[in-house]
Ligand binder design. Structure first.
Ligand code: ATP
Length: 563
């Protein structure tokens, strides 16, 4: 049995290593000594995603829950913790130091058994399974039980795995290489199995258990969500036509939420863009699919959009309320009805369609959809046709268009040029809130001024690029205040520093060079245009992207000054 402490020692080594090759080698050596079950659990813990995507429940342990358990066990105050936290800017490292200074009292057990990887993983699954009344208390008990059996180093990585913030540089790409190295197979095969199954931990286990033959057999599996294929941005329909070789398929870009729908023998489950189970939030979608689909088994993709009483499609914000308030879903469903528009079919009755061209997938989708709505699509081969369709989309209130290459296969998890999005709105950035300030006047009770940060892809940290107090409604500010207080790590005067978890889409007038911010750039007149609950902080825009926009902007102003 491999102990959890061994896994933590590995993570420490990873943290001190920067070479990708070395990272993969260290992980490979570790995985080789594990049983198949341990391989799967280790990969989940190393990634900081202990609960498999597609599992019915999420871990749902808030930062404030972790903090309250840690403070109670070490008899510390919030202030003591904040002082240490500010030294590292990292929850796990701060917990380690606190545990070294004030170790929690040990449990008296008849036989002192070290925590194994499997036990830690089992307990985290039990935390996810704790739902309903008293669930917070149950989660706290499990966490406290684990922490009292932990050394400071183990506490560090336990907290990191729960918070999903490993910061040791090993992500899915390095893991693919490590798995190939550990079990003597090719990285391409591992990558493909990962792409098709969407679950790198399962891939690792199959590689360990069944080798190459097992990996070759992996494909889309009903109830195991695949990572969605994503679109790159294009400047215009003409650019999209050129990129797609003169002919492209155009669809409206609906302003809703992406869903992947899995169906098997009358059971329907719906997954979000992040492979989170959102079935309970969308009962009428489930009903519609169950009653209309002409197939026993299928994996479908589409966009769910909120509709008003008079049948108009509503902007994204309305829809997001459906995903947040699961408790009283029936009441909310009445208030915010939704409509489903399908646009892809990845699997049907035992057959994977992933490698088929889009035109074939669309044909098969039309065959099985019955009365379900499919998104309107036109084939365009001239600039006029494409521009007319774009104008039509915009005048109907949609975000713009998605242009799809007719011959393209479905490539899960890949953002490429096979799908291009052309939007009507000017450029926006998806940024992370890292702190917030209490407002003035009637907003004095609310955190209404937000510090916005871009991702630093090298360190995995976040660098501030601006501040804003505009864009959100009072109701949204009130809700945001509650969320941010749950993520609070420290305070200075009226400013509350938070865990970087909330992603917002931000519009701005321009980007300037700035000596005030570490990243060197600042947004002018930033305004939040939406809360991106469908995005993870790792998907926020990077500081490199901010620089790119700045440079593009400089190019534009040079062009306009020379004409
Ligand atoms: P954005 O911030 O522009 O929504 P994103 O990062 O969420 O981008 P992209 O892959 O860049 O996702 O853009 C495609 C998204 O647009 C899809 O994830 C989906 O939610 C949405 N969408 C709307 N209409 C379509 C369509 N017809 N085909 C594919 N995706 C569509």
């Amino acid at each position: 049995m491999v102990s959890f402490e061994q896994l933590c020692e590995l993570c420490e080594k990873l943290e001190a290593t920067s070479s990708r090759l070395m990272l993969a080698r260290l992980v490979a050596d570790f995985l080789r000594q594990c049983s198949p079950e341990e391989v799967e659990a280790s990969v989940r813990l190393i990634l900081g995603k202990p609960i498999p995507a597609g599992y019915l429940r999420a871990l749902e342990v808030s930062y404030s829950t972790i903090l309250s358990v840690v403070l109670r066990l070490t008899s510390s105050t919030k202030q003591e913790f904040a002082k240490i936290y500010n030294k590292y800017g990292d929850l796990g490292s701060a917990v380690k130091e606190l545990f070294e200074k004030k170790p929690p009292p040990k449990q008296v057990l008849l036989v002192e058994q070290p925590l194994t990887i499997l036990e830690v993983h089992r307990q985290l699954m039990a935390m996810a399974d704790a739902v309903g009344p008293g669930s917070r208390l149950r989660k706290e008990r499990i966490l406290a039980g684990l922490l009292t059996r932990s050394t400071p180093l183990m506490a560090k990585y336990l907290v990191k795995a729960i918070g999903g913030e490993m910061r040791h540089g090993v992500r899915e790409g390095v893991l693919e290489e490590a798995i190939a190295k550990a079990f003597a197979t090719s990285p391409e095969l591992v990558r493909r199995a990962h792409m098709l199954s969407g679950d790198i931990a399962k891939v690792a286990r199959i590689a360990r258990e069944r080798g190459e033959a097992g990996l070759k057999k992996m494909g889309p599996t009903v109830f195991s969500p695949l990572r969605p294929m994503l679109a790159e941005a294009a400047n215009s329909v003409d650019d999209a036509l050129t990129t797609h070789g003169g002919k492209t398929l155009l669809e409206y870009k609906l302003d809703g939420a992406r869903v992947q729908i899995h169906v098997k023998n009358g059971v329907v489950r719906v997954f979000s863009r992040h492979m989170k189970d959102v079935t309970e939030s969308l009962p009428e979608v489930v009903e519609m699919v169950r009653n209309n689909l002409r197939a026993k088994e299928a994996i479908l993709e589409g966009e769910v959009v909120g509709v008003s009483r008079d049948g108009k499609l509503l902007p994204f914000q309305y829809l997001m309320r459906r995903f947040r308030r699961v408790q009283d879903i029936e009441a909310v469903a009445k208030q915010i009805p939704v409509k489903l528009f399908l646009f892809d079919l990845l699997y049907v009755d035992g057959e994977s369609l992933i490698d088929q061209p889009l035109t074939e997938r669309r044909k098969r989708l039309e065959e099985v959809a019955g009365n379900l709505s499919i998104i309107k699509q036109i084939a365009a081969s001239s600039s006029d046709e494409a521009s007319k369709f774009f104008e039509e989309a915009v005048s109907e209130g949609h975000e713009g268009l998605v242009a799809k290459q007719p011959t393209s296969p479905y490539t899960p998890g890949i953002r490429g040029k096979k799908w291009l999005k052309i939007k009507k709105t000017p450029e926006t950035l998806d940024l992370v809130i890292i702190a917030a300030e209490y407002g003035h006047g009637y907003r004095h009770k609310w955190l209404s001024d937000y510090y916005l940060a871009a991702r630093d892809s090298e360190t995995g940290g976040f660098v501030q690029v601006g501040k804003t107090f505009t864009g959100l409604t009072d109701e949204e500010i009130e809700e945001m205040t509650k969320r941010l207080l749950e993520l609070e790590v420290s305070r200075r005067g009226r400013v509350v520093f938070v865990q970087p978890k909330v992603v917002v889409e931000v519009a701005f007038a321009e980007i300037q060079k700035s000596p005030h911010y570490k990243g060197g750039y600042a947004l002018r007149f930033a305004r939040i245009t939406r809360i991106r609950d469908d995005k993870e902080p790792e998907e926020a825009d990077t500081i490199e992207r901010v620089r790119e926009i700045f440079e593009k902007q400089c190019g534009r102003s040079k062009e306009s000054s020379s004409t």
